[in-house]
Design a protein around this ligand. Structure first.
Ligand code: HH2
Length: 339
């Protein structure tokens, strides 16, 4: 791919004549940034875009797991791992996980993401039987405890299969369907929605000097190729979420470049998910070493992402994120229960 089009997303009202809705949602754009690897970026009006690009950027995204994308959605995180960087060990066991999930839903979570393998930098792979033993009873408990969909955060087909049988309904693969060839095939056979995330390298080594020609465009090309691969397997674009993978084989400058330009990923025609919650770059910039104390920075990043039309935020702090989104929407878009 040689031409990339990043919508310059706006949220203010009223929309001017010629404003194009972004992904059929409340955000809009009238101009895009035309990016190329071998030429400076140019600002061009939306009216000058090739028809297919304009259609992809503006078309409404179909609901995924019953979630429509007319407002930002919150994915609450439950890690049933002893070693996750922020909540490791805290929610292991079905009863504690179910209580936490119930609270997250009451606080505004639209989907709960359960993971049984830490993917923090330096983490070692977990054997499949251990990962299944961690997630299966928790997903079974969550299926009756909460009314929202549950997703399984795994790179492995056998783990996904056990999770789906236990009641999960979306597969979130941080390897972008590169780790286990059978996972994509399984999701296609089962008609499951998926989240395809970019990672450079595996968790054990991914932060050892990550390099890109152009981080934004390289991540975009990877996701574009994986979306095509998943479509070839039989998963329609409308069932695919895309995620640039903040912190996965990316240094501080890489993370910031992606976040600053995250609206580019709307050109893939799929809802965009961002998971920045409590991650290391927030600690680097804020000087806060304790991951549990990075909620304010996480919310700042979440709001910057929704300002660029990101549809799903993967977060630890659901209540705080929901409150921040409600206020942001009320101020920026004039949307509140009282209007
Ligand atoms: N980040 C983590 C895990 N899964 N999935 C998606 N789609 N996007 C992400 O950014 C993402 C993810 C890592 O964060 P966390 O689950 O909090 O920690 P750990 O991997 O240590 O369990």
């Amino acid at each position: 791919m040689s031409d990339y089009f990043r919508p310059l997303v706006r949220n203010d009202r009223p929309r001017p004549d010629g404003a194009v809705p972004l992904a059929g949602g409340p955000a809009w754009f009238s101009h895009v940034e035309h990016l190329r690897r071998d030429a400076p970026a140019e600002r061009v009006p939306a009216s000058a875009l090739p028809g297919a690009v304009l259609d992809t950027l503006s078309a409404a995204r179909p609901p995924v797991c019953g979630m429509s994308f007319d407002r930002p959605r919150i994915m609450g995180i439950i890690n049933v791992t002893p070693d996750s960087f922020s909540d490791g060990g805290r929610f292991s066991g079905p009863a504690r996980a179910a209580a936490h999930a119930r609270q997250m839903v009451a606080d505004g979570a639209d989907i709960i993401d359960v993971g049984g393998e830490s993917t923090r930098p330096g983490a070692a792979a977990v054997p499949i039987p251990s990962e299944i033993a961690r997630i299966e009873p928790v997903i079974t408990a969550l299926s009756s405890a909460v009314s929202v969909p549950v997703s399984i955060d795994t790179r492995k087909y056998s783990v996904a299969e056990a999770a789906i049988k236990a009641g999960a309904s979306l597969v979130n693969d941080v390897s972008g369907f590169t780790y286990d060839r059978m996972l994509g095939q399984y999701c296609a056979r089962q008609g499951l929605p998926v989240c395809v995330m970019h990672a450079s390298g595996d968790p054990e080594t991914m932060q050892d000097n990550p390099r890109y020609d152009d981080v934004l465009l390289d991540v975009y090309d990877f996701l574009a190729a994986q979306v095509l691969m998943l479509q070839d397997l039989g998963i329609p674009r409308g069932r695919i979420l895309v995620d640039p993978g903040i912190g996965f084989g990316k240094n501080l400058a890489h993370n910031l470049t992606i976040l600053r330009n995250v609206s580019l990923f709307h050109a893939l025609g799929c809802p965009v998910l961002v998971g920045a919650s409590r991650k290391g770059f927030i600690g680097r910039i804020s000087g806060v070493q304790d991951a549990d104390r990075r909620m304010p920075g996480s919310i700042a990043v979440a709001l910057a992402a929704v300002a660029q039309g990101v549809q799903i935020l993967r977060v630890h702090d659901v209540a705080e994120t929901a409150q921040a989104l409600a206020l942001w929407s009320a101020v920026e878009r004039g949307e509140s229960d009282d209007t």
